[in-house]
Design a protein around this ligand. Structure first.
Ligand code: ADP
Ligand code: ZN
Length: 735
């Protein structure tokens, strides 16, 4: 027997190995095997196929060992991962490796699953002798041979090799050549707190959405659930999943960040108890491994997880939800790059599952897919109980400056200060958001003008006053803050406000207020984060100051005021999605206000009050924003009207530049008039950790021409000048 193996190494292509007869019964699709590779005697690989004939001109080597008693991937997941590796230009095996929980990657053997209702097929004891008697029943013969080589395997796995083999399998069972057994369900202890456990009586809009989703059950259909913040999207997910669960089927819910939204996972746990497995980076490796195994064994049928959970081994997937589908965290940037939301579409299609993409601010890609009829659009236009959307007021910071109002502590305008005072006096809560941490974002010498910069990265250092350090937010390097310039001894001053300074300003404005802060400086773990959020939810804090960690889907009914210190932080980024992100962020954070009985108020401070991303977020006008932004994208050929690919180069100053230029030379003949090449150019941040960074961006009407360009670059990529490293990024997010 031969197997096609993806070796987890940075090489292109898969390799064929021979399976010694002693291992033949153990080998199955998706399994990890040890194989000799190059000069190494043992490399880990993944069985991705069973070729009929060996490739010509190669000496075949033997599989050394089978590492799992049961394949960690289902055949469908193997297909998905293989597809993703090809599409995202990732060497075969890299995503397979990345998709496994860390615990499993290190240890030998995924224990055999004891899933409920899993059907197994096994050859009867004397079946081999009857092979000849099958005569012209070719399908039965092939299946029996397959089983004889492997022994007892789940029928699901057989289905991958013989998609239409069910009648033949039944015939074999009838002849007594194959036994079929269904393993009994594992009892699940579902302890449900009564309050959150009960499904709500749906509003008319929710019921209409659920009815459409229900009608699609059992087939692939993608839905865009467009609902304003607080419109009850989560309740729709919960009830759609309840239906799947009642039918004994599985569900997968992807969320941007579980640690930041303990309430959300809590709602799933409350409704479905132990049937929910959580997968996120706040868990230890062992915990993650345990949760993953519960899914693989079918003991938990519902997975709530972050980005990488798109590869979770949910059995018999019926419903796939991507909550906040527009969120950038679904895009994996480091290591093998992929987009979990886009893969969700592929996975749902392959597993005939219903896909629900939920958002208050759908990404323009998703919106365009809905417009073209690929996704069905479901709308929840109003908040639950017809609570009003919060009032958004803009504070024009440049106008204040022209009026001579400068040097505001924490950049809090008089209007925002007054609103904070009123809120506190009324016994209500406020959130103050600024997407920059630290005290001052830049420290400058008033004599010579020298800025404190990181020697290894091309960025300025941020002053963290409480710790008394200057810190690089890219490489983490810190140095003691000194009040004097190292070059000339002049006095230094700080500019650019961060959350630490905002917190200080709020404290001095409201001496009696209990102020909490949430950013990466004050919390370092998921537990810390949950503790801060719980404190605010219990109303043991009046004001919560923080970075975008405070903008996520929190539901704090006591919050009636949201202050955005500076709306413009993301606007200036060299990224065609900068406006879209700003609109999403403002809508998201504004959505935290007025979720309880009292109406909400939002104050947005900005230097760009007229820019559509700010002005239209203030009027809650998603449609108008999307319209204008789509037009701009169309004019420039940006997604969703074109596709992009990035080639990122990192190396020495000279090596990176030469490699980028070599890539450009190699690409030019492949552009064929329909691919635009932007660059080669130094990346927005030219140097990180002492390495120079260059990039090239390619823009084309559709992926095939980008794949052509990629192929043309392969020769350079194999041997980049000066030892630079090259990474390709399909559908890139950061530019
Ligand atoms: P979204 O996910 O759209 O932000 P949620 O599902 O969190 O909205 O709903 C907002 C609030 O309304 C939550 O507290 C939720 O429990 C409540 N809720 C949702 N649907 C209903 C309903 N049909 N009846 C009563 N309350 C509901
Ligand atoms: Zn640095």
């Amino acid at each position: 027997m031969l197997v096609e193996v993806a070796v987890a190494a940075a090489v292109r292509g898969t390799f064929t190995y021979r399976v010694p007869s002693s291992l033949a019964a153990e080998v199955a699709l998706g399994q990890r095997v040890a194989v000799p590779f190059g000069r190494s005697r043992r490399a880990t690989g993944y069985v991705v196929g069973f070729p009929a004939a060996p490739p010509e001109g190669f000496e075949l080597r033997d599989v050394v060992e089978v590492l799992d008693r049961f394949p960690p991937f289902t055949p469908k997941l193997v297909e998905l991962l293989r597809w993703a590796e090809e599409y995202y230009l990732v060497p075969p095996g890299e995503l397979l490796r990345a998709a496994l929980p860390p615990g499993l990657n290190a240890r030998r053997g995924a224990p055999a699953p004891t899933r409920r209702g899993v059907e197994y097929a096994a050859p009867a004891a004397d079946a081999a002798a009857s092979l000849g008697a099958l005569g012209r029943a070719a399908a039965q013969r092939a299946i029996l041979e397959y089983l004889l080589a492997r022994g007892r395997i789940p029928v699901e796995e057989l289905r991958a090799a013989f998609p239409r083999g069910r009648p033949a399998l039944s015939a074999l069972a009838k002849r007594g050549l194959v036994t079929l057994e269904t393993e009994t369900p594992v009892a699940t202890a579902g302890v449900l707190p009564a309050s959150a456990a009960a499904p709500a009586a749906l509003t008319a809009a929710q019921a209409a959405a659920l009815a459409e989703i229900d009608a699609a059950a059992g087939t692939f259909q993608a839905f865009l659930l467009h609902g304003v913040t607080g419109s009850g999207k989560t309740e729709v997910y919960l009830q759609a999943i309840a239906r799947a669960r009642a039918a004994g089927r599985g569900a997968l819910v992807l969320v941007p960040e579980i640690a930041l939204t303990p309430q959300l996972s809590g709602r799933f746990r409350a409704r479905f108890g132990d049937d929910v497995a959580l997968l996120h980076s706040g868990l230890s490796d062992a915990e993650r491994h345990a949760e993953w195994l519960r899914l693989r064994r079918g003991e938990a049928r519902i997975c709530v997880g972050v980005r990488s959970a798109i590869f979770a081994p949910v059995q018999d997937l019926a419903v796939l939800v991507v909550d906040e589908e527009h969120d950038g965290s679904f895009k994996q940037e480091d290591g093998p790059a992929y987009h979990a939301r886009d893969l969700a579409v592929v996975r749902a299609k392959r597993e005939d599952a219903v896909l629900i993409l939920g958002s208050a601010t759908p990404s323009l890609e998703t919106l365009e897919n809905a417009r073209r009829g690929r996704y069905r659009k479901l709308d929840l236009p109003a908040r639950i109980d017809d609570r009003p959307m919060p009032d958004v007021e803009l504070v024009d910071l440049s106008k204040l400056r022209r009026a001579g109002v400068t040097g505001l502590p924490g950049l809090l305008s008089p209007r925002l200060c007054a609103a904070l005072e009123d809120t506190l006096a009324a016994g209500q809560q406020a959130i103050v958001f600024l997407n920059r941490r630290g005290y001052e974002t830049l420290v400058v010498c008033e004599v010579c003008g020298a800025e404190a910069r990181c020697p290894d990265c091309s960025v300025s250092l941020t002053h963290h006053a409480r710790r008394g350090v200057l810190m690089c937010h890219y490489c983490g390097r810190t140095e003691p803050m000194s009040a004097r310039c190292a070059a000339c001894g002049g006095v230094r001053f700080g500019v650019g406000v961060g959350t630490e300074q905002v917190e200080e300003a709020v404290r001095s404005l409201l001496p009696r207020a209990r102020v909490a802060r949430l950013d990466r400086d004050v919390v370092s773990s998921a537990d810390d984060t949950a503790a801060v959020l719980a404190r605010f939810a219990r109303r043991d804090a009046d004001v919560l100051v923080g970075t975008q960690m405070v903008t996520k889907g929190h539901d704090f009914p006591g919050v009636t005021l949201v202050g955005v210190v500076l709306a413009d932080t993301a606007l200036a980024l060299p990224d065609f999605r900068a406006a879209e992100r700003t609109f999403q962020l403002l809508t998201q954070v504004a959505g935290r206000a007025g979720r309880g009985a009292e109406a909400g108020r939002v104050i947005v401070q900005t230097f760009n009050p007229a820019t559509p991303a700010v002005a239209l977020a203030a009027t809650h006008d998603y449609a108008a924003f999307a319209e204008g932004e789509l037009e701009r994208r169309r004019a420039f050929g940006y997604p969703p009207y074109g596709r992009m690919m990035a080639a990122r180069v990192e190396g020495t100053e000279d090596g990176a530049r030469r490699t980028a230029e070599a890539l450009a030379r190699a690409a030019r003949p492949a552009l064929a008039g329909e691919v635009a090449m932007l660059g080669p150019a130094p990346a927005a941040i030219e140097r990180i950790r002492g390495k120079s960074r260059w990039h090239l961006l390619f823009r084309a009407p559709s992926p095939p021409s980008l794949f052509r360009v990629h192929a043309a670059l392969a020769r350079v990529a194999q041997r980049p000048p000066g030892g630079a490293a090259i990474r390709f990024d399909m559908d890139p997010y950061s530019m």
